[in-house]
Design a protein around this ligand. Structure first.
Ligand SMILES: Cc1cc2nc3c(=O)[nH]c(=O)nc-3n(C[C@H](O)[C@H](O)[C@H](O)COP(=O)(O)OP(=O)(O)OC[C@H]3O[C@@H](n4cnc5c(N)ncnc54)[C@H](O)[C@@H]3O)c2cc1C
Length: 469
């Protein structure tokens, strides 16, 4: 019996497989497609996921295959910047805040890495049945083979077979617009006048998005109007018409175009028994914040260390209930922000008035979500947020899921509750953090902050009474 069956060898499934293998959790990945999807979808990756890539030995791939995004803007009807900002080359995680990539390259690399790190892979296979009998899950494949595992994760995309099979539902967060997505590649040496970074054109007649992709790839997304026929727009002639004044066949080739319904949905419950949902199977967002895949990868990071702790016998299985508790509100909030960005585009173009705060735009002050309930304790403002990067600490704390880290100013004896689960003490100078101790989870979120030894005892007890064996 293997520990984890992953249905879906897309980016989320394969990333989960990579992390689990790094943590010593044997897994099998099943996908109906023999080769990964070859057309670009996700185009940006945030710093949290980049940092996780570095932690899991994928930093070199990032360096060779991605480029920092330099700027984000919302521009009004006459192309004046309404809200926007330059993006610094390095952010708090010690990597660029946002980079661009080409998803087919990413998906191919993750499949290769999953195999290289020991995942058992079954490409070209579909699941036809799955039964969770309480102590294990049996998955039956279309060729009659079956796989038995302790847990099962459905990473099988937006129309998830898993989700429907176990009867989990999606809640509609009420955004529904039809957009035409066009990817183009500039000819080598082409001279074009396009903006830097990502730009939302909040135009009254036709809002559209431009994204400067990696290398010579460029992305446009055009909002389709109610009276329009999307099929007619999505023709060679229609597409070049939309792109007029920006690129032409003389300067670029069309890579692909597709009509998407940009919508917002989330599964209020991402777990049923030993079965979990991750990635698009659990949530889908309009792409304005570029957070669909990032959120799916965050699911993988959240779930993997908890599964590894239960496997190693250092946490009880009720720690797994915190997966949905932590991830659902976080992703709901992320999607709400993306939806507001979509509404802001219409609002700034003078099409409708939604009363969306302009601070939801790029560079605005709207805060990012954090973990509010789950394996987090106390009201220190750092709790539930990502532990920020510091080269010295980061080198010592390889967040590979092996343990919790207790980041302290001097070598201290940590409470029994933390010793028992193999927590690692990392001494960092006062300039790095000003608390007595910061407890950092394997997914780099701050679980608790203690101001003295007594405090550390107390938070450790609170954290682990509920979850330790
Ligand atoms: C236009 C557009 C722009 C986007 N931009 C961004 C962005 O900039 N940043 C970002 O983070 N995200 C973005 N996204 C979202 C991102 O592409 C998705 O969130 C991501 O691809 C989801 O990954 P996944 O692994 O969950 O699902 P998928 O990539 O859909 O993979 C699911 C896998 O499951 C397999 N599968 C399905 N059913 C079965 C079955 N029954 N048996 C076996 N295998 C099965 C499929 O073959 C597939 O390989 C964008 C999406 C679109 C459409």
């Amino acid at each position: 019996m293997v520990d984890v069956t992953i249905l879906g060898g897309g980016p989320v499934g394969c990333f989960l497989a990579v992390i689990l293998s790094d943590m010593g959790v044997p897994n099998v990945v099943i996908d109906r497609d023999v080769v990964p999807y070859q057309l670009p979808r996700a185009i940006v990756m945030d710093d949290e996921i980049q940092r996780a890539f570095h932690d899991h030995g994928l930093g070199e791939w990032l360096q060779q295959n991605t480029e920092p995004l330099q700027r984000g803007d919302f521009v009004g009807p006459t192309n004046e910047v309404v809200i926007g900002a330059d993006i610094p080359p390095l952010g708090l995680q010690g990597v660029p805040p946002v980079i661009t990539h080409y998803q087919p390259d990413l998906d191919t690399m993750l499949r290769t890495e999953a195999e290289r790190r020991g995942s058992q892979v079954m490409w070209g296979r579909t699941a036809v049945n799955m039964v969770d009998n309480g102590s294990s899950v049996t998955t039956t494949l279309d060729n009659g083979d079956s796989v038995q595992s302790r847990w099962y994760v459905g990473c099988d995309g937006a129309s998830s077979w898993t989700r429907k099979h176990i009867g989990l539902t999606l809640e509609d967060l009420r955004f529904d617009q039809e957009w035409l997505v066009v990817d183009a590649e500039l000819h080598e040496g082409a001279v074009v006048d396009l903006p830097r970074g990502v730009r939302q054109y909040c135009h009254k007649e036709r809002p559209f998005t431009f994204v400067q992709g990696v290398r010579r790839f460029r992305r446009w997304e055009f909002q389709i109007q109610e009276h329009e026929d999307s099929q007619q727009l999505n023709t060679e002639e229609g597409l070049w018409g939309l792109l007029r004044g920006m690129i032409s066949p003389n300067t670029a080739r069309l890579v692909r175009s597709a009509v998407y319904r940009f919508h917002a949905v989330v599964a209020p419950n991402m777990q049923k028994g030993n079965v979990f949902l991750a990635g698009d199977s659990a949530h889908q967002t309009p792409p304005f914040a570029g957070q669909g895949l990032n959120s799916g990868m965050r699911d993988a990071l959240n779930l993997a260390w908890k599964l590894s702790f239960v496997k190693r016998g250092i946490a009880s299985s009720n720690i797994l209930d915190t997966y949905s508790t932590e991830r659902e509100p976080h992703v709901r909030s992320t999607i709400a922000h993306a939806v507001d960005m979509g509404r802001l585009i219409d609002q700034l173009g003078g099409r409708v008035s939604h009363g969306v705060d302009i601070e939801s735009g790029y560079g605005g002050t709207r805060p990012s979500p954090h973990i509010e309930a789950g394996i987090v304790v106390g009201d220190d403002p750092r709790v539930g947020h990502q532990f920020w990067y510091h080269p010295q600490v980061s080198a010592a704390v390889r967040m590979n899921g092996a343990s919790l880290a207790v980041v302290t100013q001097e070598n201290i004896e940590i409470p029994n509750a933390l010793q028992r689960i193999g927590a690692q003490v990392v001494v960092a100078p006062e300039s790095v953090q000003d608390a007595y101790a910061v407890i950092v989870r394997p997914d780099r979120y701050v679980a608790a902050v203690a101001n003295d030894a007594h405090d550390l005892n107390s938070v450790a007890t609170q954290l682990f009474t509920a979850y330790a064996l």
